[in-house]
Write a protein that binds this ligand. Structure first.
Ligand SMILES: C[S@@+](CC[C@H](N)C(=O)[O-])C[C@H]1O[C@@H](n2cnc3c(N)ncnc32)[C@H](O)[C@@H]1O
Length: 425
């Protein structure tokens, strides 16, 4: 059979993406994202010159996400340390299908099961799961807990000796279980998420073990970057993302759109008191009194707690420490929502005027702050919900990274960096 090979120039694709991107962004925003001048973008639009092919991928990153993927199931992934599925959400948006989940906390499992109904049971403790029993998958996702581990005690010879491999250095840690599964299943790619401090932990030795395990022992090509959620939501949340590919591919974290921090303000996620707050049938009046158009009083701090927090902050200020509560207004970008927010809410307290104590965010507002849509159900107590959102990820960050990885997850191209599309006739 004769097959003709048609090589389609990616310049056409760049132009299509530019036209689409202009429906959502100004020339200035596009220019900044691409690192070119506004006049260049304007010349492209006027068809006086063409956007180069290599910008096609970066331009695609500026397009809005579809509500739901049109290509469901174009690759399979597994969701480890799944929590409430924040990373999963992003990879479903680009057409991934989750084929295995592990999460051992029964309350997180409850929220997860309520929101993702795909039929497969949720496996518990990952350390007890035989890697061979996990279904084949293209992509492994893991926001593994940073359980501190030190390589102290491992002799230099052992630490560097390939013969010992990752088993020796990481045994007994949850990262070991991630590595063990990658080693057995050899997925095309993975995404690991962790706190920013992973890089500096134990003077950089922990990260070095992780990096060497993934590259030298497992043979993957990795890229990592610390990303602040404040580019996408009104919350500072710096997390390290480590992306790995089995084959060398032209993945580039620099192609990620980074809108200026501070563009998103807290008011975007607060319950609206002007009568436009949506009535969610699954929340009803759990957080918000729709008749009175205000957040329930139980989220306002008691006099005792507010006094305690102020005294605590004052004590530390006197000692020259910066600890204290984080008082915010609708125009603010918040501190990082932590899993301990349920205790006193001190990192994010909403100012309610001089005559009223500040209030905490409601769990629904926490969901929004983390980028979860209002369709996300919260079937657990407030305490559990605060913990779950505080442990999760900014879904928007994950969504952008997922889209950046997408071409490398779906295409079996040997030279993806050329971004050529072949059509046979
Ligand atoms: C940092 S959170 C990850 C949250 C997740 N990325 C999300 O979007 O919600 C880590 C999760 O790992 C779970 N976990 C810790 N040890 C585990 C184990 N041995 N087996 C399964 N899950 C575990 C915790 O219960 C927690 O929900």
């Amino acid at each position: 059979m004769n097959a003709t090979l048609t090589i389609v120039s990616d310049e056409d694709q760049s132009l299509t993406y530019l036209t689409e991107a202009r429906k959502h962004h100004t020339q200035a925003v596009i220019a900044k994202h691409l690192g070119v001048g506004v006049r260049t973008v304007s010349r492209w639009e006027a068809r006086q010159s063409r956007p180069p092919a290599y910008l096609s991928h970066a331009l695609q990153q500026l397009l809005p996400f579809p509500e739901t993927s049109t290509e469901a199931g174009s690759f399979d992934f597994i969701d480890l340390f799944a929590g409430i599925g924040g990373i999963r959400k992003a990879f479903e948006q680009i057409g991934g299908r989750c084929v295995f989940t592990s999460e051992w906390d029964s309350y997180a499992q409850k929220t997860y099961a309520e929101n993702y109904r795909d039929g497969h049971p949720i496996a518990g403790d990952i350390t007890q799961v035989d890697a061979e029993s996990i279904p084949d998958h293209d992509m492994l996702l893991a926001g593994f807990p940073c359980q501190p581990f030190s390589i102290a005690g491992v002799s230099k010879k052992n630490a560097l000796g390939k013969a010992h491999g990752f088993a020796c250095e990481t045994q007994g840690t949850l990262f070991f279980d991630v590595a063990r599964i990658i080693n057995t299943k050899r997925p095309r790619a993975f995404l690991l998420e962790n706190v920013k401090n992973l890089i500096s932990h134990d003077k950089g030795r922990t990260f070095d073990v992780i990096r060497r395990t993934l590259t030298e022992d497992l043979g993957y090509h990795i890229h990592y970057r610390v990303i602040d959620g404040a580019h996408f939501t009104p919350q500072h949340r710096e997390r390290i993302l480590i992306v790995g590919f089995r084959e060398p591919v032209a993945f580039d974290f620099d192609a990620l759109p980074m809108p200026p921090k501070g563009e998103h303000k807290l008011k975007e996620i607060l319950h609206r008191t002007d009568g436009t707050e949506p009535v969610l049938e699954w929340d009803e009046s759990r957080f918000f009194d729709h008749k009175k158009k205000r957040v329930l009083d139980k989220y306002t701090l008691t006099d005792n707690l507010w006094r305690y927090l102020q005294n605590y902050a004052e004590k530390h200020r006197a000692k020259g420490n910066g600890f204290g509560f984080g008082l915010v207004t609708p125009e603010s970008v918040t501190r990082t929502l932590s899993a301990r927010y349920y205790k006193d809410g001190s990192e994010i307290l909403i100012y309610q005027g001089k005559s009223k104590n500040p209030r905490r965010l409601t769990p629904r507002e926490c969901a929004r702050l983390m980028g979860f849509p209002d369709t996300f159900r919260i079937p657990v107590s407030d305490t559990r919900a605060y913990k779950q959102f505080g442990n999760s990820v900014v879904v928007d960050v994950m969504a952008h990274v997922a889209r950046l990885m997408q071409p490398m997850l779906e295409a079996d191209t040997l030279e993806p960096e050329l971004a050529l599309r072949f059509a046979t006739a």
